[in-house]
Design a protein around this ligand. Structure first.
Ligand SMILES: [Mg+2]
Length: 121
């Protein structure tokens, strides 16, 4: 499974990376905003699951998600939206835009594993 972490916080990416690597997944790539993530996808980087932060400079998570879903080429890419507690009410918006699931920060390794296993099936 190839996982992409899209978050402007390097600390957050490090936490996610550590937890995902502990699950035995070694193919983990990182992007610091939606624009960078989009260009990585456009470079034909094969990705199965994206952990997507909501608030990021340059291009935020929801804009990235909508742009990505415009292209049928990326239809099989699963997206897990990472939200803060205050953004929880906007989850429906993300699901309608094509996210498969969401995770509320901060999360435990167990919750992350559960989400990843759910979309990975
Ligand atoms: Mg952020």
């Amino acid at each position: 499974m190839r996982v992409m972490l899209v978050d402007d916080s390097s600390t957050m990416r490090r936490i996610e990376k550590t937890q995902i690597a502990a699950m035995g997944i070694s193919e983990i790539i990182e992007a610091e905003n939606g624009e960078e993530a989009l260009s990585m996808l456009q470079d034909n980087m094969p990705i199965d699951v994206i952990f997507l932060d909501w608030n990021m400079p340059v291009m935020n998570g929801i804009t990235f998600l909508r742009k990505m879903r415009e292209n049928p080429k990326y239809a099989s890419v699963k997206v897990i939206m990472c939200t803060s507690e205050s953004e929880k009410s906007r989850v429906v918006e993300a699901l309608q835009a094509g996210a498969h699931n969401f995770i509320v920060k901060p999360f435990t390794p167990e919750v992350l594993r559960e989400r990843l296993e759910k979309v990975g099936k």
